[in-house]
Design a protein around this ligand. Structure first.
Ligand code: MOS
Length: 763
């Protein structure tokens, strides 16, 4: 379907500062934006033709196995690799004794392109920093030979005292957390005094456990050195950051490293830059052969950190009519030292509800463990559990409907920053969701609805996720004589549908048939510094493409001949229409892209541009929202919880592809059901060893745990965001944990403040 409309779509704004015009794509007059479009990579994937990181076959390639430490802290006293080196097929064994000299990972956030999850030395000395740290890499002709040889390595340690329990970590003292250059501490008024004087209050401690990443594709990387040039085919959500960081580590120029990640089987914040990628590159250098390093599922647990444990106090003081006078959200998250990101659970409290006073504080307690990192809606996933459980507790105490209580405390501007909201229609989401879910049928009395052995209840909670547009967006558009375009951005598609949604948006922006658009991504040699983080790729790429379109149209207008329809027009006067450009207020003055190029004698035109800075984030409080509804059945005999219905009613700006968005929302909700009911990483507190590093013992929701999940959205475009879209990838895991917990309270009368809500807590 080409754009057969007769009115051109103007170019996107050249700045996102206040006062600028909104993105013309917000109008969506063709209906293409938001359409249910199947993934462009679907056919390749189902045919097994999509090459994932562990599927690149290179000449002379060897296979790597890692050997992991079994103590949390200390030094390697003796390391005997002789039996391993003599084992069949072994090419080499790399340890700290023979590894190439490498700089530590540059820590994410410390410079523009730094990607590292921690800044510890990698196999440079005999030090052990966590239980499960790689202490040897074995390269062999087959994976089985490498694994076998790894089992022959003998090691003894001189252990040192380690902090491997949360209680000890807290007793050692905590630090106020920082993020984006700010202390995570806010005080507005004297919240403690207001709380003490409030007509009613709740004040409770909520706990959430460690969680591990379990993307369907375990982490893998295939690396080859061509002389001093390193090529890495990786499962990554930040290829440019990673190429730059590898160059830093190995003392190379950025141009000497290329990282690609054409297909990634789920990322969720876990497919960052960890030690295994550095070790694979180092071992390949040492061996002079290409290396494939694919982590086992256990290897992922040992190497890649996930969501940090938290202990949160939420206290809310309210008037008798339910207005919040004070909100206190404080507590402690576990962290390893020398690492990048705190589990910022206080985020939702900064902007979800109005209150007369606030106290918000996040402390970090340090444990000797693999660096915890970002995991889908870091901070907000577990912070919203605590906040939204506490709000439910207020509703129960006041005898108020929990939705009405929330609406009563709806803020008219950001309650802690004071900034206006860019677009916030959470109340509409509540109303629409309540209607669709049949909330009116909920019996507010806990434990009152019983169906045989099953106690039935309904609960709800708000979802919220920060809007982010990254500053490094850039894109290259290459247009050929038939009007087809290729757009290159070093962005990522880990299964979210990036390529599919961007293809729709580009086709709409340039008024092309989607078949004419080829979106290429995830190669560090492409333009842009765009990580697949923070649900921010879509708008980051969208603004970059808009900027590249400006540059492209400017060039095309220079090529038009004197007596042609577009002669003498400026970029402000034209828009995209039907495979070409037209005068905005006189669409019959139209010329196709192909004929502009042909008249100028050009086979193609290629142009690159950077997006303007994300000034919208400085001017408005920008978030995606949701109203989450859950119905549970709790077995009165076994304590088993079955989620029987779930609805997410989202307010996330313009949805670009209803099919991939629905999948994103369902995926986030399913992950939220795991957070609520089953997921927990068990550390042995004596030695810091993860005890359940497998999907047999770490329980994520399976088909039987997941009902049909319903998703709706307001579809109100955000006038200040590219395409009117805000982020969606992480939003729906937030609120879900509390919606389940609140439904369980309604079903049973039991308030569980300690995730996951396993049957033992309900018996
Ligand atoms: Mo997301 S945890 O920022 O990949």
């Amino acid at each position: 379907m080409s754009n057969a409309l007769n009115s051109p779509i103007g170019l996107g704004p050249e700045s996102w500062a206040p006062g600028n015009k909104p993105d013309p794509l917000i109008q969506n007059s063709s209906g293409r934006i938001g359409a249910s479009v199947s993934r462009v990579d679907g056919p390749l994937k189902v045919r097994g033709k999509a090459t994932f990181a562990a599927e690149f076959a290179l000449d002379g390639m060897v296979y790597a196995a890692l050997v992991f430490s079994t103590i949390p802290k200390g030094r390697i006293a003796m390391l005997d690799t002789s039996a391993a080196e003599a084992a069949p097929g072994v090419v080499l064994v790399m340890t700290h004794l023979n590894a190439p000299r490498m700089r530590p990972m540059p820590l994410f956030g410390t410079s523009e392109k730094a990607a590292g999850v921690d800044s510890l030395p990698i196999m440079q000395d005999d030090r052990v920093h966590w239980n499960g740290q790689a202490i040897a890499v074995v390269l062999a002709e087959t994976r089985e030979q490498a694994d076998h040889a790894g089992s022959l390595i003998r090691v003894t340690y001189e252990a040192e005292p380690a902090t491997t329990s949360f209680e000890r970590a807290k007793a050692n003292g905590t630090d106020t957390a920082w993020l984006f250059g700010h202390e995570l501490h806010i005080e507005i008024g004297d919240a403690e005094a207001v709380l003490a004087a409030a007509p009613m209050s709740v004040d409770a401690i909520y706990r959430t456990p460690y969680q591990n990443h379990n993307a369907i594709e375990p982490h893998a990387t295939t690396v080859v050195w061509h002389g001093d040039e390193l090529v890495m085919h990786d499962a990554s959500q930040l290829v440019v950051h990673q190429a730059w960081s590898l160059a830093h580590i190995f003392g190379l120029e950025e141009e000497q490293v290329r990282v690609t990640a054409p297909y990634v089987g789920g990322a969720f914040g876990g497919k960052g830059f960890w030690s295994h990628q550095v070790l694979a590159a180092a071992a390949a250098k040492l061996a002079g052969r290409p290396v494939r390093l694919a982590l086992s599922r256990e290897g992922v647990y040992r190497t890649v950190g996930g969501r940090a444990r938290t202990e949160q106090r939420v206290a809310i003081g309210a008037s008798a009519d339910g207005h919040f006078d004070a909100i206190i959200h404080t507590g402690t998250a576990v962290s390893s030292r020398d690492k990048a990101s705190p589990e910022a659970f206080t985020f939702p409290t900064q902007s979800t509800y109005a209150a007369g006073s606030f106290e918000i504080d996040l402390q970090l307690a340090y444990q000797d463990m693999v660096a915890n990192s970002t995991m889908r809606a870091p901070g907000e996933a577990v912070g919203s559990f605590a906040l939204e459980s506490a709000v439910d507790e207020v509703a129960v105490a006041l005898g108020m409907d929990p939705i009405e209580l929330r609406i009563r405390n709806e803020p008219d501007k950001d309650p802690t920053s004071g900034m206006p909201f860019s677009s916030r229609h959470l109340v509409e989401a509540w109303r629409a969701g309540a209607e669709r879910f049949g909330w009116v049928e909920r019996n507010p009395t806990p434990g009152a609805v019983r169906d045989g052995e099953w106690l039935v209840g309904m609960g709800c909670a708000a979802a919220t996720h920060l809007y982010v547009r990254q500053p490094g967006g850039a894109a290259r558009i290459t247009m050929t004589g038939n009007g087809n375009v290729t757009v290159d951005v070093a962005a990522h598609d880990a299964g979210m549908g990036t390529a599919t949604a961007q293809t729709q948006v580009i086709a709409e922006r340039l008024a092309l048939d989607p078949q004419q658009v080829s979106f290429r991504f995830a190669d560090s040699r492409m333009p842009g510094l765009v990580a697949a983080l923070g649900s921010s790729q879509t708008v980051t790429v969208g603004a970059a493409v808009a900027a590249a379109q400006h540059a492209l149209v400017g060039e095309l207008l220079k090529l038009v001949g004197p007596d042609t329809p577009l002669a003498g027009l400026t970029t402000e006067e034209v828009g995209a229409l039907d495979g070409g450009l037209a005068k905005l207020d006189e669409p019959t003055r139209h010329q196709s892209y192909g004929s502009i190029l042909a008249q100028a004698g050009r086979d193609e035109i290629s142009i690159e541009a950077s997006a303007p800075p994300p000034l919208e984030m400085m001017s408005w409080s920008m978030h995606s929202y949701g109203a989450m509804f859950c119905e549970v059945r709790v077995n009165a005999v076994t304590g088993e919880t079955r989620v029987s219905r779930f609805l997410g009613s989202m307010d996330c700006g313009r949805v670009l592809n209803s099919k991939t968005a629905t999948s994103q929302f369902r995926g986030g909700i399913i992950m939220g059901l795991g957070l609520a009911l089953t997921e927990q990483t068990h550390f042995d507190e004596r030695n810091g060893r993860i005890m359940n590093p497998s999907m047999a013992e770490y329980h994520i929701p399976v088909h039987m745990d997941v009902p049909q999940i319903d998703v709706i959205w307001t579809d109100i475009p955000d006038p200040h965001a590219p395409m009117g879209a805000r982020g969606i990838g992480e939003l729906s895991i937030t609120g879900t944990g509390a919606a389940v917990a609140n439904a369980i309270f309604n079903a049973t009368g039991k308030r569980i403040r300690d995730l996951p809500i396993t049957p033992d807590k309900l018996m």
